[in-house]
Design a binder for this molecule. Structure first.
Ligand SMILES: NC(=O)c1ccc[n+]([C@@H]2O[C@H](COP(=O)([O-])OP(=O)(O)OC[C@H]3O[C@@H](n4cnc5c(N)ncnc54)[C@H](O)[C@@H]3O)[C@@H](O)[C@H]2O)c1
Length: 176
């Protein structure tokens, strides 16, 4: 396997849970990691923890549902770390419940974080990756994409994410 040493990885929603663990595993392999999350205190705490372990880390508080914030984040990362070689679209959340109890707001936020956020972050990094000759984008979906009780927005978002992933070879095939 090719060495990951010195690569730059942006992991969304990485101030806790699976994203934080992913960032840690990458940092242990010498990857410079960007901790993105929407909760500033959690970003600060994770950056401090990682820095204390000797990892190369930077924190970026940004809402991945906001195109302007995402583009600024990617610009800052490229300025400071020189690249974005790996993007892990990890940030996610779920509003579950019986269909009649789910609000429009529940639908919008679930689709926005799980699906639109991955679209915006991928769009923001792909030009840079192609210029550099390639990159890696990893989308964290869920078995829930197949459907689940009370999971209308979440399942729809994750199914959308699988569909989005499957469009990328059509757009970027042969470009690394
Ligand atoms: N935990 C599981 O069992 C499980 C199973 C299947 C899939 N997944 C998926 O794995 C991913 C991580 O799950 P987790 O359990 O670690 O979740 P988590 O709730 O522990 O972490 C998600 C992180 O995303 C952040 N976040 C939420 N909205 C954001 C936004 N708009 N912008 C930036 N960051 C935002 C949250 O603050 C949080 O720190 C999600 O995409 C989830 O759907 C999780």
């Amino acid at each position: 396997m090719a060495s990951l040493e010195g690569k730059v990885a942006l992991i969304t929603g990485s101030a806790s849970g699976m994203g934080k663990k992913t960032a840690q595993r990458l940092a242990e392999k010498g990857v410079k990691v960007v901790i993105n999350d929407i909760v500033p205190e959690k970003v600060e705490q994770t950056v401090q923890e990682f820095a204390a372990k000797g990892f190369q880390v930077m924190g970026k508080v940004a809402d991945i549902c906001n195109a302007t914030a995402v583009n600024e984040m990617v610009k800052d990362v490229v300025e400071r770390f020189g690249s974005v070689d790996i993007l892990v679209n990890n940030a996610g959340m779920e509003r579950a419940g019986a269909l009649r109890n789910l609000s429009e707001k529940d639908w919008d936020i679930t689709l926005n974080v799980n699906l639109k956020g991955a679209f915006l972050c991928s769009q923001a990094v792909h030009g840079h990756m192609i210029e550099k000759g390639g990159g890696r984008i990893v989308n964290i979906a869920s078995r829930a994409w197949l459907g689940g009780a009370g999971q209308a927005p979440y399942s729809s978002a994750k199914a959308g994410l699988v569909g989005l992933t499957r469009t990328w070879p059509w757009n970027w095939g042969g470009k690394g």
